[in-house]
Design a protein around this ligand. Structure first.
Ligand code: NAD
Ligand code: UFG
Length: 336
């Protein structure tokens, strides 16, 4: 297959390109480089041993998309491109509705007019909102609590409407839990600009000496060690889930919503301890206040992915910690 990947230079997109190329597919990347480096393309090619095609393009550039689709036919589309910072989405909602919702609508319009029938969309567990009880199944009530989450849910609904209106169209919205880790080569990984918001990249930057200490956001949660629980999933497992979603769309029509998580919860202190143990490093840390908007416990019911995609995670928390640290050590300043 020739697969169009939007946001292919980003964290999850780059790992998915590697898996697609390794499986023999041809890959075309579209990315506006707003949150990624042009250097990623060569890194992907070196690891996979095959070259992806790259176009610097914003998915809101309708004329640019038209030129791309007119030049080349695609069998499938994976749509990663978008913005993803919850706090920024509260301060600047239009950035989120423009990139994530308008961008998706323009992209799907071009894809449909040019005969693409298989779409995979990067959604998020954030569509479930704060009250959902873990393990969270796909039929749990949806209540995204911020503009980022609402933008993801809107695109899911847009896709479902498109599938209803176009019987030949097949789509999956994959709801990711907490992707962490990096390719085991240490040559691609997560490279957030500025001070990271998320736990694993923050922890890595403390370990490498770029940040002085980690603040644990709350140790008074009703959990065994008092810290909040999440479902951390290795980004390579997550990437492979996308290939399974393609296989599924060969067999099944219509619109599908599928969680990608391990189905296991890990607390902040458990992750910290695993990172120190596996990597033989000390992470200076202190207890701080809860972060507003954080949930106590969020982990997936991963049964639907197992049953429908035949996919479940293979990599452990130790693999996540080892590979994240390998990437950070080899690339202390990301791709810079
Ligand atoms: P990322 O920022 O590393 O990758 C996104 C890529 O899209 C970047 O390379 C960026 O330059 C590009 N991009 C952004 N807006 C664009 C636009 N308008 N046109 C073209 N390219 C654009 O993020 P990621 O962590 O790899 O996330 C990928 C997708 O997965 C996003 O849609 C995100 O919302 C979703 N997701 C991520 C997480 C997570 O924790 N990382 C969790 C759930 C869902
Ligand atoms: N945490 C700390 N210290 C830090 C950073 C995080 O203690 O410096 C804690 C958080 O309070 C939380 C846990 O580590 O308990 C994980 O936090 P992350 O920011 O890594 O992940 P979240 O689960 O909060 O957020 C993720 C995505 C969001 C998405 C959300 C819900 O990053 O984009 O899941 O699906 F909206």
């Amino acid at each position: 297959m020739r697969v169009l990947i939007t946001g292919g230079n980003g964290y999850i997109g780059s790992h998915t390109c590697i898996e697609l190329l390794a499986a023999g597919h041809a890959v075309t990347i579209v990315d506006n480089l707003s949150n990624s480096s042009p250097a990623v393309v060569e890194r992907i090619a070196r690891i996979a041993g095959r070259q992806p095609e790259f176009h610097q393009l914003d998915v809101r550039d309708a004329a640019g998309l038209e030129r791309l689709f007119a030049r080349q036919a695609f069998d499938a589309l994976i749509h990663f491109a978008g913005v993803k910072a919850v706090a920024e989405s509260v301060a600047d909602p239009l950035k989120y509705y423009s990139n994530n919702v308008c961008g998706s609508a323009l992209l799907f319009d071009a894809a449909l007019r040019h005969g693409v029938t298989r779409l995979v969309f990067s959604s998020s567990a954030t569509v479930y909102g704060e009250a959902a009880r873990s393990p969270i199944g796909e039929d749990a009530p949806l209540a995204p609590a911020n503009p980022y989450g609402r933008s993801k849910r809107m695109v899911e609904e847009l896709l479902a409407d498109l599938c209803r209106a176009n019987p030949g169209l097949r789509a999956v919205a994959l709801r990711y839990f907490n992707p962490v880790g990096a390719h085991p080569s240490g040559r691609v990984g997560e490279a957030p600009g500025g001070i990271p918001d998320n736990l694993m990249p923050y922890l890595c930057q403390v370990a490498v000496g770029r940040l002085p200490e980690l603040t644990v956001f709350g140790n008074d949660y009703p959990t065994p060690d008092g810290t909040a629980i999440r479902d951390y999933i290795h980004v390579v497992d997550l990437a492979q889930g996308h290939l399974k979603a393609f296989d599924y769309l060969e067999r099944e029509g219509g619109m599908h919503f599928i969680n990608l998580g391990t189905g296991r919860g890990t607390s902040v202190l458990e992750l910290l301890a695993a990172f120190e143990r596996v990597n033989g490093v000390r992470i200076p840390h202190r207890m701080g206040a809860r972060r507003p908007g954080d949930t106590t416990e969020t982990y997936a019911d991963a049964a639907r992915a197992a049953q429908q995609l035949g996919w479940s995670t293979r990599l452990s928390l130790e693999d996540m910690c080892r590979d994240a640290w390998c990437w950070q050590k080899l690339n202390p300043a990301g791709y810079a």
